[in-house]
Unconditional design. Structure first.
Length: 202
């Protein structure tokens, strides 16, 4: 498993940017090309209304300034990074662009601008239900500063699908000099007790 192209989903919020440190660590380890994607979603009421060309252009300009700021911050890292702005429903546009550019990994924060008490944002939930590629979901509470990965855990269930993640985890661990934990959980067997039949057993 290798990650040549990584697509990073950003919605302009601090929450969404929490995905960057982990994504950068992965990109450094694999020499990946990173694309920052910002999707401008129209208000719900405007989906079936005429498009305001001026509003679209203003949103695009504001979005580009936002992405340029992120690009400038990542420039000292020496990463191969570009950006893209799309319009429409976020999850649909992420899937489309990931398939178009052949992304090996899509990175998204658990929550974005519309942070809620739910475990995942609506966009993250849609991507989980129908992922366009491998999917990295980073908790929005993750520290924003760049840090080297210290410990990587790989859950295993004795399936080849689970084991396919091990080579990538090993490469990531070597690059970051991180501890690699391979975890396999064994269910505790239930011991049945004998005794007289209860009314529900009869």
């Amino acid at each position: 498993m290798s990650f040549e192209r990584i697509l990073v989903c950003l919605d302009g919020s601090d929450f969404s940017e929490r995905v960057l440190p982990t994504t950068i660590a992965i990109a450094r380890a694999f020499g990946s090309k990173v694309t920052l994607l910002h999707v401008v979603e129209p208000p719900f009421a405007s989906y079936h209304q005429p498009v305001d060309a001026l509003a679209v252009e203003l949103n695009r300009a504001e979005s580009q300034r936002y992405l340029d700021r992120i690009l400038a911050a990542l420039e000292p890292d020496g990463l191969k990074v570009d950006s893209r702005i799309l319009h429409g429903a976020a999850a649909d546009q992420v899937r489309w662009h990931a398939q178009q550019q052949g992304s090996d990994l899509v990175s998204v924060s658990t929550h974005g601008e519309k942070n809620t008490a739910w475990d995942l944002s609506s966009t993250a939930q849609k991507l989980v239900s129908d992922p366009p590629s491998s999917l990295l979901i980073v908790p929005s509470r993750t520290p924003a500063e760049n840090k080297r990965l210290r410990r990587i855990m790989v859950p295993l269930d004795a399936s080849r699908r689970a084991e396919s993640a091990v080579p990538a985890a090993m490469r990531l661990a070597r690059h970051n000099e991180a501890e690699l934990l391979l975890v396999h959980l064994v269910a505790t067997p239930e011991i049945s007790t004998s005794g007289p039949l209860t009314p529900s057993d009869q």
